[in-house]
Design a protein around this ligand. Structure first.
Ligand SMILES: [Zn+2]
Ligand SMILES: [Zn+2]
Length: 420
């Protein structure tokens, strides 16, 4: 059984008591001038300190890294790289009276090799990752455990669980032969295993990287946005761009009524979905499902059903609460003529993961009637329309407050990301 780190959101500690390890660092080079750049694994924009350019980095379907072996290995020894899945995200479990939410941070071998270390452990904390590139010395083992199988292993393949991924990558760990023994290429420690019969692959074990200059596709102006944001904006032509499918895609963004001096503008995915089983289509349907005591208005009978999913990292329990409250009572939204002066909070949860979160949000929002729960269990959603809604929050003591939606949360929840 693979070891994993987990932190239970309801205050009950999980299997291990470790805090989630910090994010990994990646050593790479600027695609323009070749200068060294250190990236966080959450970053999708390469910002070069030397030539001052910014490039969007595309690693779809997932990035493949390797850990550089230590210098203590015998010169003639043959290097073998073994792949591990690295997964980090939120898990929601609904088989009890209350949803159980937690952050999962996990690595496990992507091959079936007895005697391999069960996880990467702290190895990724002590040295930076590097992108796999052609011409690397060594033999690469082909992954034979799928991402889904690794996820099932992590969460126990329970149908009542939903996993919202944040990081998914493949990391190749180095080993070398010393006679018939296998040695950990990082620590030099002899492994308690014979050289495994792992299938070596002669083909390139990674999807090639590609880069797009961080310039507005419409007007050529420099795009704004933090280096970990999946959405960038152009203040010259007031346009928004979503990094997805190896390109920059035009995105429609709307704003809540801007209060005079908002402390923060938080992004939410505003999603319309098609249902495979359910017949819900209006906001009024949603209010009845949630048994909201206010009377349903005529307008709400016509208002298309929309979900509001936080598009940023935050603790899973708060993630569900914000999604539920804003979906039930969304503030009025409109387009902005100019990009607001208050910095836009970075979008760090992808559109696809946002869609994945709709069912868990519905599950927390509805009155748990047998019939409704039966529908939700097998429901399949399709995305029919989407935009990004920036909601303005005011600072009030230790809290951020959204007056119109009547919600608030502690400021430090935002700064702690989903580690809090
Ligand atoms: Zn550069
Ligand atoms: Zn522009």
């Amino acid at each position: 059984m693979a070891a994993y780190f987990c932190l239970n959101r309801l205050g009950i500690r999980g299997k291990h008591n470790e805090m989630n390890p910090p994010y990994c660092k990646i050593d790479m080079r600027c695609p323009r001038c070749g200068a060294p750049v250190v990236l966080d694994e959450t970053e999708c924009i390469v910002q070069c300190g030397f030539c001052k350019t910014r490039h969007v980095l595309h690693t779809e379907p997932f990035p493949s890294y390797y850990l550089e072996p230590g210098s203590n290995r015998p010169r003639a020894s043959e290097l073998l790289f073994v792949p591990y899945w690295r997964l980090r995200g939120m898990e929601f479990c609904f088989n009890g009276p209350e949803p159980v939410c937690r952050v999962m941070d996990h690595s496990c071998p992507a091959v079936d090799g007895t005697g391999l270390p069960v996880s990467l452990g702290l190895r990724t904390q002590t040295r930076p990752l590097k992108f796999i590139r052609k011409g690397l010395d060594g033999i690469f083992t082909v992954p034979d455990i799928s991402k889904q199988a690794a996820l099932d292993q992590m969460s126990g393949a329970n149908g009542d669980k939903t996993y919202i991924g944040e990081i998914l990558s493949l990391i190749f760990m180095p080993f070398y032969r010393d006679g018939s023994r296998m040695v950990d290429g990082l620590s030099g420690q002899v492994m308690d295993m014979v050289m495994p019969d792992l299938a070596a692959d002669k083909t390139f074990p990674a999807h090639p990287l590609s880069f797009t200059p961080c310039l507005c596709p419409d007007c050529g102006w420099d795009l704004d946005g933090r280096t970990d944001s999946l959405v960038l904006s152009c203040k010259n032509c007031t346009s928004f761009w979503l990094i997805r499918e190896k390109t920059l895609n035009r995105l429609s963004a709307v704003f809540s009524g801007l209060e005079p001096d908002p402390a923060v503008l938080l992004p939410f995915w505003r999603l319309q979905t098609g249902f495979s089983r359910a017949t819900w289509s209006t906001h009024a349907d949603l209010m009845r499902l949630a048994n909201v005591p206010r009377g349903v208005t005529r307008d709400q009978e016509k208002q298309v059903l929309e979900f509001y999913i936080p598009a940023f990292r935050i603790a899973p329990k708060l993630f569900l609460r914000l999604a539920k409250q804003i979906t039930l009572a969304p503030p009025a939204l409109g387009r902005a003529e100019k990009i607001p002066k208050t910095a836009l909070y970075p979008v760090t949860l992808s559109l696809d993961e946002g869609l994945q979160a709709v069912l868990p949000v519905l599950r927390t929002l509805v009155i748990p009637k047998k019939e409704t729960l039966e529908i939700l269990k097998t429901e399949k959603l399709t995305l029919t329309a989407f935009s990004l809604a920036y909601l303005s929050f005011q600072a009030s003591g230790n809290d951020y407050v959204q007056g119109e939606a009547g919600i608030g949360f502690q400021k430090n929840a935002l700064h702690a990301g989903n580690n809090s």
